[in-house]
Every structure is written in structure tokens, then in C-alpha cells.
Design a protein. Structure first.
Length: 192
């Protein structure tokens, strides 16, 4: 029952970013570190868009970089587009580019200095994931997997791979068993 209410809340939070019907994935005017503009809604081959909120200073977000690279490589050929979102207003493009090189990031890296994406999707921590279909439905929100049980407490291996399971189920036309999980990580400070 809790999962249903939380999923409904996830959908409500995401749909609040839209003003027109029918719901579609909005164009936030995403520009990556190379200057390329991205409009996930306009890309016909995007079945699912995954926004992953990250930070160059968060050890948990950095720990997940190899996992995110593998997930992007696994799912992008199936129409899943990953974006790594930096919502730190003080992050410079130079520092973000260095981080991208240091961690071999393969997905487009988007700076969100005004925090419009973080605000629209109510992102709270890094790394936090929001998987959204072309019609604007939030199908999954939360952690990448359960390696971290709390801040500073890590399992040797995950027992559940939540994001992988959610994407696999959706692409197979099946129901996601756990559509909302709690992301463990570093807080995103939303400026007023």
C-alpha cells in the first residue's frame, strides 16, 4: 500500500512540472558540457529518460559511476537515455569536465545551476534517479541499488539492483515490483 501511495506522489510531483495536456516529457533546454542541446521528448528513439543527480564531491555518487556507465551501455541501445545532472550552483564547467574525464562518464552531463530540474522533480540527494517515459510518467524514483543501507554503511555487493530491475520490467512491458525506493547519498541543497 505504501508503494502505491509513494508512486502516486512520484507521478504527482513529476506531472506538476507540466502545464499542458497530454503530458509529455518537457523540454528543459538541456545543454551538456560540450554545448550540445538535448530535448529528450523530441528524440523518437527515447523510450525512457533517466535523470541521475550526481555531485563531484559526493563519495556515494562517485562510487556508483562504474555502475552507471554499465547501465547506460546496457540500456541505451534499447531506447533508454541516461543524463547525469549536477545541481550544484557553484560547480564550474571546468570542474564538471574534469570529473567526467576522471570517472569515464559516458552519458551526457548537464549542469543545472538554477536547479530547475532538481526543483521540478523534487530531487533530494545524490545519487538519486528518476526514470521517466515519453508521456511524462515517472516509472521509477530512488536508488540505483541497495549497496548503501545508510550514509557510511555499505554492503560488499547489492542484494537488489532496483534501477536495472525497473528498466528491464518496463522494457518487457511488465509491472515494476518496487517503483519507489529511498536513495542514500549527499543532500542537494535547493537555493530559495
Amino acid at each position: 500500500m505504501l508503494a502505491f501511495h509513494t508512486l502516486a506522489l512520484c507521478s504527482l510531483l513529476v506531472t506538476s512540472a507540466w502545464s499542458a495536456e497530454p503530458r509529455i516529457l518537457p523540454d528543459f533546454g538541456l545543454v551538456d558540457l560540450t554545448g550540445k542541446k538535448h530535448n529528450p521528448a523530441a528524440a523518437k528513439d527515447n523510450r525512457i529518460v533517466v535523470y541521475v543527480y550526481v555531485s563531484i564531491d559526493c563519495p556515494i555518487a562517485n562510487f556508483y559511476q562504474p555502475t552507471l556507465r554499465k547501465l547506460a551501455q546496457k540500456f541505451e541501445k534499447q531506447g533508454v537515455r541516461f543524463y547525469q545532472i549536477h545541481s550544484d550552483p557553484d560547480l564550474t564547467p571546468k570542474a564538471a569536465r574534469k570529473h567526467t574525464r576522471d570517472f569515464d562518464v559516458v552519458s551526457p552531463v548537464i549542469l543545472d545551476p538554477t536547479q530547475k530540474l532538481a526543483r521540478a522533480y523534487k530531487a533530494k540527494v545524490t545519487p538519486e534517479v528518476h526514470a521517466i517515459t515519453r508521456d511524462g510518467s515517472c516509472i521509477y524514483r530512488g536508488r540505483i541499488d541497495d549497496t548503501y543501507t545508510a550514509f557510511g554503511k555499505r554492503r560488499p555487493e547489492p542484494t537488489t539492483r532496483d534501477l536495472d530491475a525497473a528498466l528491464t520490467a518496463t522494457l518487457a512491458g511488465k509491472k515494476i515490483e518496487v517503483p519507489v525506493t529511498e536513495a542514500i547519498g549527499c543532500q542537494i541543497f535547493i537555493e530559495d
